[in-house]
Design a protein around this ligand. Sequence first.
Ligand code: ZN
Ligand code: ZN
Length: 417
Amino acid sequence: MAKETAVLARQADVRPWQEDLYRDLHRHPELSHREHETAAKVADGLRRSGFQVHEGVGGTGVVGVLSTGEGPTVLLRADMDALPVAEATGLPYASTATTTDAAGHQVPVAHACGHDMHVACLLGAADLLASGSGHWQGTLVALFQPAEETGDGAKGMVDDGLGDLIPTPDVAFAQHVLPGPAGQVGTHAGHTLSAADSMRVTLYGRGGHGSMPQATVDPVVLASMIVVRLQTLVSREAPPTETAVLTVGRIQAGTKSNVISDQAVLELNLRTYSDQTRQAMLEGIRRTVRAECQASGCPRDPDFELFDRFPLTDNDAATTERVARAFRGFFGDRAQDLGQQTASEDFSDIPTALGAPYTYWGVGCIDPDTYRKAAEAGRVAQEVPVNHSPAFAPAIQPTLDVGTQALVVAALEWLGP
Ligand code: ZN
Ligand code: ZN
């Protein structure tokens, strides 16, 4: 019997508590950096499965380590945080939670990105691998990360000494539920998820009366010029074979029709798939903004502030091919190519810091019949709610089973003998 078949033989025993845990996490979502109850449930589960447990890593991060002797170290990662979204799925276990955000506003909270599914899959896989530890040799690291949505949870764990708590991984894996048919898994080698950068630009003009523009430097006109001029960065400066997306998502200036403001703030979002294009675009934005400020005769240089930054997810080719082969062997034609995605992730900050190759795969989570009907009508985009939508509703099964199997199959591909 293949070792994955032996380890997964107990899946029927694990399934009921895994489904209960999923519904419980779904009902009790927590925002980024505040995953206290989620982390406590995770630590509890890992201890019951026999893992050595480190808590409070990078805030609320939890790391379980289980060693069965000489052999490779495999790191499996799940993220734990939810989003300030009002759930509108109508599910019996839908979240009705609210909390106060960092700015003091009352906000709804929901697992609109499916991280509760990632936690339930990884805790189940960890338990199966622990009870089946007679079938493999090496070290398993089950890592539960806070604050993926804010892009700083993975880095927070690294900065808090993650590297000293665990042996250096030989390979690292993470997965994400996506709006494809449940039952499928998708891998992709190379640039898979985009790098993302947000930038806040503050422009300094000179305020005055709307009837006397000659005495002012109008930051509204300046901001407008900048927005138009920035459009040429993608169309004229990025190589046509490279993907780059630049969106000005926010402009803020002024208080009244006849008052010329002394300041304007722009917030931009940039998506790129290579470090070279990323750096060139960021420099192009700074250069364009500075030049427009100079053209307007601003009294002060603009300020630039980068925030919500996500690294490029660049799946190691050899690692991805080995996982893809194992998935094809186990899942048959339900294992597919994921293709390049425009979403972003901070998972790769962990393997990059620890010097480990990694791959990140997708797990379909939409009820297969619902998906098929939408696909046949050519209305997937209109009818299948995506991650971050208030209506995002993963089908518990077969998503939970498949996400658990994918982690076990990939881990055992490395864990000896
Ligand atoms: Zn998300
Ligand atoms: Zn997510």
